[in-house]
Design a protein. Structure first.
Length: 178
């Protein structure tokens, strides 16, 4: 069963062949959110088999992420959590995060400043930390990690990673696994 249409919330990358192979459907880039459309008849098909390996892996990842959450969240921690939840949808905006916290954009910026942070720094630090963690997973292609971190294309991810570490993601992965 393949979707009939996949909408992606980032600009069209220079190379889309991997997207076509993965989804085998029409692609739309620059959409407001991720979405997939299926034929109604496909949605009525029974689920033949669950992927127990994937389910186990996802349960483990979810448990690890829950353990990472602090018990007494600071305002900055709340911002990080919301940014992480939406990072794969593209560059997070102050307005969206503020809305989810039920504060104004100015209040969000002020409260972050009071804790010694800025919104841009929170996003950048989160991306850097998550990039390092994601590179440990050899099942993910490096360009996929860039998309999970909200970069519009792999080139933007490579530039940011080189700025952080002075090396490419591929070299970092090879060095960290040695």
């Amino acid at each position: 069963m393949n979707p009939t249409l996949v909408s992606l919330p980032y600009d069209r990358p220079d190379e889309v062949e991997a997207h076509r192979q993965m989804f085998r459907s029409d692609l739309r880039f620059g959409e407001p959110t991720w979405s997939m459309e299926f034929r109604a008849s496909d949605l009525e098909l029974p689920l033949v088999a669950a992927d127990e390996t994937l389910a186990g892996y996802l349960d483990e990842v979810a448990s690890l992420r829950l353990e990472e959450l602090p018990k007494d969240e600071s305002f900055t921690d709340k911002v990080r959590r919301i940014v992480w939840a939406h990072l794969s949808e593209g560059q997070p905006s102050v307005a969206r995060v503020a809305s989810e916290l039920a504060v104004s954009g100015r209040t969000l910026q002020r409260r972050l400043r009071e804790e010694g942070h800025s919104f841009a720094e929170v996003v950048e630090t989160l991306r850097k930390q998550k990039a390092e963690a994601l590179l440990q997973d050899r099942n993910l292609a490096i360009y996929e990690e860039g998309y999970l971190l909200g970069y519009s294309d792999s080139t933007a991810f490579y530039r940011a990673f080189r700025r952080w570490h002075g090396t490419s993601p591929r070299e970092y992965r090879q060095l960290s696994s040695s």
